[in-house]
Ligand binder design. Structure first.
Ligand code: SF4
Length: 395
């Protein structure tokens, strides 16, 4: 199939070597196929792609065109996802593919999420090789990130299953814009998630992401109350778009009431990117103001990100104020939790998934070539399972 310039939708090309059968779709009475993965419900004629660009109709079926192909692999600190209460200090093998189901004008990863030339997807990586690479490089988890795993669900699920078999945990970094059946399948295999709560108005989601807020709120409530996935939230604060006191207050109040005070909230700094180059970067003062507002609303763990702010990035006991986990950027500088994840000073539990000691990965970023691990045996899988068995979940 070739691109059809007369059609409104992009079409499949000869570059789509991978045509992996996709799930979550049905045929409409008019013969089009509707994708049911996300609330966009793209309705496709033969050869057309969905808005995410990677799910496409191929004859009488829907396919995923990025299965087994990645934009690259890197070992990051888990704090970079950001996750502050999930195995702090440990390395996470991070990867993404191409495309996205949101159209955020401020996208901070646009070179990947907006990629339409699949030659960006240099790394061919089957699920077993990724899980084996994570194991061999000492990663405690694999993160589905850089672009949203919702759109490469079939690939993410197979990688996650291979990781589970080796005792490696799974982390989704997502906008949470996903339908119920697809999210059941994806999150059943996830251990932690950082979900973007991009703003707290429908206007923002409509105007800047051509999406809507309600399905995201629904996903968050479901994740918190219906699953065992450890949940943290990120709000990228954009000057004059979502950084007003009233909106931050509304967002924080909703998080406390709907999700509870223990869900960590990260306010991160925007940098001019993609189609939003006319805005200034978010100031440290704005991030600290947002953090203060959220704490006043009763949230226990509120962080600043993408700036240097040791106090705003450290964890304090909500009972007595003791510094529990000191951080400087992504580096852990102090640790005052006991083996059960409680404050050593007052005994109050800190919500999260902790081990007796933090990891010592620090702030390094290390690129990984997956091909080296292709065909490796799962010989060390059992030792990794044993290593991960000591994690304690609290809260
Ligand atoms: S996942 Fe992609 S193809 Fe499916 S509905 Fe969403 S944007 Fe459309």
């Amino acid at each position: 199939m070739k691109d059809n310039p007369s059609s409104g939708r992009p079409t499949m090309t000869d570059l789509d070597h991978e045509r992996h059968p996709a799930r979550h779709w049905h045929v409409l009475p008019d013969g089009r196929i509707q994708c049911d993965v996300c609330p966009r419900f793209c309705k496709l004629h033969d050869g057309q792609r969905g808005l995410c660009f990677v799910r496409a109709r191929d004859g009488d079926r829907l396919v995923l065109t990025t299965y087994g192909r990645s934009s690259g692999f890197c070992i990051d600190p888990i704090e970079k996802k950001p996750l502050a209460h999930f195995l702090p200090g440990t390395p996470v093998l991070s990867f993404g593919t191409a495309g996205c189901n949101l159209t955020c004008k401020f996208c901070q990863n646009w070179d990947i999420s907006k990629a339409r030339a699949f030659d960006r997807l240099m790394d061919r990586a089957d699920p077993e090789a990724i899980a084996e690479a994570a194991l061999r490089t000492g990663c405690r988890s694999v993160a589905y990130t850089y672009n949203d795993p919702v759109i490469f669900l079939e690939y993410a699920v197979d990688v996650a299953r291979a990781c589970r078999a080796r005792g490696i945990k799974n982390v989704a970094v997502t906008a949470g814009y996903v339908c119920a059946e697809a999210r059941n399948e994806l999150f059943e295999l996830m251990d932690a998630a950082n979900v973007d709560l991009k703003a707290f108005t429908e206007g923002f989601y409509h105007r800047l992401c051509t999406a809507s807020l309600e399905p995201v709120k629904e996903t968050l409530v479901w994740l918190k109350h219906e699953t065992g996935v450890w949940l943290e939230l990120t709000t990228l604060l954009i000057p004059d778009e979502n950084d007003g006191d009233a909106e931050i207050e509304d967002l924080s109040r909703w998080v406390k009431e709907a999700l509870g005070p223990d869900v960590p909230l990260h306010f991160t700094a925007f940098h001019p990117d993609w189609k939003m180059l006319d805005k200034a970067p978010t100031s440290k003062t704005t991030l600290q103001r947002a953090r203060a507002i959220a704490r006043r609303q009763g949230l226990r763990y509120v962080y600043t990100g993408n700036i240097r702010d040791p106090e705003g990035q450290s964890t304090r006991c909500h009972g007595c104020g003791t510094l529990l986990i000191g951080r400087d950027w992504h580096e852990i500088t102090s640790w005052t939790l006991d083996a059960a994840g409680r404050c050593r000073a007052c005994g109050e539990a800190c919500a999260g998934v902790f081990e007796p000691r933090p990891g010592d990965w620090g702030s390094r970023r290390q690129p990984v070539t997956i091909q080296r691990h292709r065909g490796a045996t799962a010989r060390s899988a059992s030792s990794a399972s044993a290593a991960s068995a000591g994690a304690t979940a609290t809260g």
